[in-house]
Design a protein around this ligand. Structure first.
Ligand code: PMV
Length: 314
């Protein structure tokens, strides 16, 4: 028997970084970019972990503690209360570019956990909330202090208004009256979320008042953006994206390549444009409509985008 599951990539529409400090943020799935996992029974003993895209082929017992796939399997094993796992082959594949702010790590882990939970006939552990919680535990290993927004959006596969808080995060799944048309453009520069998040933390420690002000402004932008999205006011959504980009620049997480793509998109008529995710590289997003989609796409290519992808939110 073989069991499958898949999870989408994601973009952060508003509030990256500030979300780590308790401010609201909005993220949306990118359903056409997916990670998938297949779990099958195996004749020989042990659990074999295969990730052909990453050139990985290891047995669970030989995998280091920091290995994300092994950590995902161990998370599920612990939650399921299983002393031993049956002999299995677990294979993951992903069409989501890595280290590009599109949530590839979280999507691979979420897909693996869901497929394995189903294979072990634990539908309770394949539910969104459980998958998200286990994915969060794995994210902690290589992200340091993840806010929890990535694992939430890839597990629920819906637009989410998210606030990191105790004892429970606020997770509001919502839809817009009019779907947003976005272009995602890749700078081609790989960027480590852990490094950028660590840099912001150091800056915040050194300039608390300044950074708190920036974070609060990002939160206000995200809260207003939710209303504008729900009301279908794309002009306002665009303005807020521009404002968020300005704040991300002040935070020190943009990059010349991102600024170049953002500037080109705006000049070609995008309603708004900003980086998406951790920054320093990866992807930016531009809000377009019927009239501007082609000129903006062309402008992004001309400004050096490696790939330009269209995605709808809502
Ligand atoms: O994984 P990325 O690169 O999309 O970044 C995640 C967003 C951050 O706000 C920068 C970090 C976090 O944990 O929320």
């Amino acid at each position: 028997m073989e069991t499958h599951a898949s999870s989408p990539g994601k973009i952060i529409l508003f509030g990256e970084h500030a979300v780590v400090y308790g401010q609201p943020a909005i993220a949306a799935p990118v359903s056409q970019l997916r990670a998938s996992a297949a779990v099958a029974d195996r004749e020989r003993k042990g659990v074999r972990l295969l990730a052909p895209d990453l050139g990985q082929d290891v047995l669970l017992r030989d995998a280091p503690g920091a290995d994300a796939l092994a950590a995902a399997v161990r998370q599920l094993q612990a939650r399921a209360g299983l002393k031993r796992l049956p002999p299995l082959t677990i294979m993951v594949q992903s069409a989501i570019p890595i280290a590009s702010g599109l949530g590839s790590g979280a999507a691979i882990v979420a897909a693996l956990i869901r497929a394995l939970a189903r294979h072990l006939q634990r539908p309770d552990l394949a539910e969104n909330e459980a998958v998200s919680a286990m994915t969060y535990e794995v994210e902690k290993i290589y992200h340091g202090t993840p806010s929890g927004i990535d694992n939430t959006v890839v597990s629920y596969e819906q637009t989410v208004y998210f606030v990191r808080r105790r004892p429970e995060n606020l997770i509001d799944l919502f839809t817009s009256t009019k779907s947003l048309r976005l272009l995602l453009a890749d700078t081609g520069i790989h960027s480590s979320t852990r490094l950028v998040v660590g840099h912001v933390r150091k800056q915040w420690q050194a300039n608390q008042a300044r950074y708190e002000r920036i974070f609060v402004s990002c939160g206000t932008v995200a809260a207003e953006a939710r209303q504008a999205i729900e009301a279908g006011d794309h002009f306002r959504v665009g303005e807020l994206m521009d404002k968020n980009q300005q704040l991300l620049r002040e935070m020190g997480v943009s990059a010349p390549e991102l600024d170049r793509l953002v500037g080109a998109a705006k000049k070609a008529g995008a309603l708004g444009a900003k980086l998406s995710g951790a920054g320093w590289g990866g992807n930016m997003i531009a809000l377009v409509n019927e009239q501007t989609v082609e000129p903006v796409r062309q402008a992004l290519v001309d400004a050096g985008a490696r790939t330009v992808l269209e995605s709808a939110v809502g």
